[in-house]
Structures are given as C-alpha cells and as structure tokens.
Design a protein around this ligand. Structure first.
Ligand code: ZN
Length: 257
C-alpha cells in the first residue's frame, strides 16, 4: 500500500507559525498555518480560552494579534468537544469581525474571503482541508475521539453540502500533532478507531488513521499530506498536553480578502 506523503512545514517567523510549503507556493489566495510557542524569553504564544488553559484576557489579546498579523477581518473559534460537528458560516459571515466564539463544535468551513477559521490543539491533530477549485476551506480538530466519531467524514460532507466540493478535488493536511511513535494508547482506542486491537497499550499513528479515513471517502492519496512535526519529539516549539503543557497552539485557515 502506498504511504501518505510527509511534509515539513517551514517557520513563518513574523506570525510564529508552521506553514505548508507546497500550499504556500501553489495557492497565493490561501492563509494556512499552525502557531508555535513563539520566541524564547517571550510569554508563550498560548491561545487557550477554555478549561484549564491560561488567562483568558491575555489569550484574547493573542487572538487579536494573530488576526492582525494575518490581516483577517474576523476569526471563528469554538469550544471543542471531541465530536464530529462541523459548522459553516456563509449566511451571516459578513457580520463577523474580531474573535467570534461560536457554539461548541470541532470543525469549521467557509469560502468567505477575510474570515479565518481556527482550532486549538496540544497533541490533537489540526486537519486542514482545501478545495482549490472552489476556493473553499475547512479546519477540523481531531483527537482519537473525534476521529472515531467521524470528524473527517463530517468535514468532507460539509464541504460537499456547502460548496458542492467533490472528494476528488479536496486536499487534506494532517498538521503538527503527536506522532505515531510518541502516542501510546490503550486497546480501547484501537477498538474505537476500528483498527486491529493489541492486547496491551501500544503506539498509534493517529494522523495516518485520519489520512486513511479521507482516502476511503474518495480523496486522492496524493492529495493528502502529514506534517513531519511532532508535539513531543521533534523540538518544533509546540505545546503538548502529554508533556504537561496547559497552553494551546492554533491551527488556522482562510481565504485571503
Ligand atoms: Zn513524536
């Protein structure tokens, strides 16, 4: 079986983000990246607004810094619940400016220029989806629970219903996340993902599992890539929940105005 291609994002230092090099070259209308913890000595570039993460006021200021640096009119973000709900913002999207906290869900789609879609993560996978034909984009938050709940399927279906995107036109990137060597899980996780179940805890490569979900839906294998960056072992300046970090990085995507 062919493997899904691994891609090493480059560091965009102005934004402090890891950016897909091929998409950056091929799609000048696209904004895409995953933030990192930022420069040494500076406060961590933390975007967590929910749960045990950092102070909300400082985090909100960071959201607005990110929005300004990227030149976006508005940013859509939600509390994430490890489910498979994906939302679109076409009808009322012109009214969004600044940080818009929408109802809890784990994915967002849009084709509206100037609107940035965001998920936060710290080991979970930020999944980026683009339809270059229709200039439509999505970002999904996928831990193992979301993967088991079918968040990839939901995202692809939402792209189809919202923009008539065909699976064969989509490109997907499994962004910086915990890698298949570092992520050891119990047999119940393999069972939930309908993978062969080991009899003791074992490592699982969640990004490969997610990539296979996309391929099964009709996305071309050549159109799927996986980030070489790991939140634990590649020293990429990323936050890791398993390492004890409370902070969160942001995976963002949007269509330029
Ligand atoms: Zn790793």
């Amino acid at each position: 079986m062919d493997c899904v291609r691994i891609v090493t994002e480059f560091t965009e230092s102005e934004i402090s983000a890891l950016v897909h090099p091929e998409w950056f070259e091929a799609f000048p209308w696209l904004l895409q990246g995953t933030t990192t913890r930022g420069s040494a000595g500076a406060p961590p570039f933390d975007f967590g607004l929910f749960g045990e993460t950092s102070r909300p006021r400082e985090a909100r200021e960071r959201w607005s810094t990110l929005q300004q640096r990227l030149g976006a009119r508005g940013v859509v973000y939600s509390q994430q619940v490890h489910g498979a709900d994906v939302c679109e913002y076409e009808e009322h999207s012109s009214g969004i400016s600044g940080l818009e906290l929408v109802d809890p869900c784990d994915g967002h789609v849009t084709s509206t220029p100037g609107l940035l879609l965001a998920v936060t993560a710290a080991d979970c996978v930020p999944v980026f989806v683009i339809d270059p034909e229709r200039r439509a984009v999505a970002v999904l938050h996928a831990g193992w629970r979301g993967a088991a709940a079918g968040v990839i399927e939901s995202g692809v279906k939402k792209m189809a219903s919202a923009f008539a995107s065909r699976a064969e036109d989509l490109r997907l990137h499994m962004g910086p996340a915990i890698c298949g060597t570092c992520y050891e899980v119990g047999p119940e996780v393999f069972a939930a993902l309908r993978e062969p179940v080991p009899d003791r805890p074992a490592p699982i490569d969640l990004r490969h599992v997610l990539a296979e979900h996309a391929v099964r839906l009709g996305v071309s294998r050549a159109a799927v890539t996986i980030s070489a960056h790991c939140t634990i072992c590649t020293e990429s300046g990323l936050f890791s929940h398993r390492k004890g970090h409370r902070e969160r990085q942001v995976g963002y995507i949007g269509v330029l105005d």
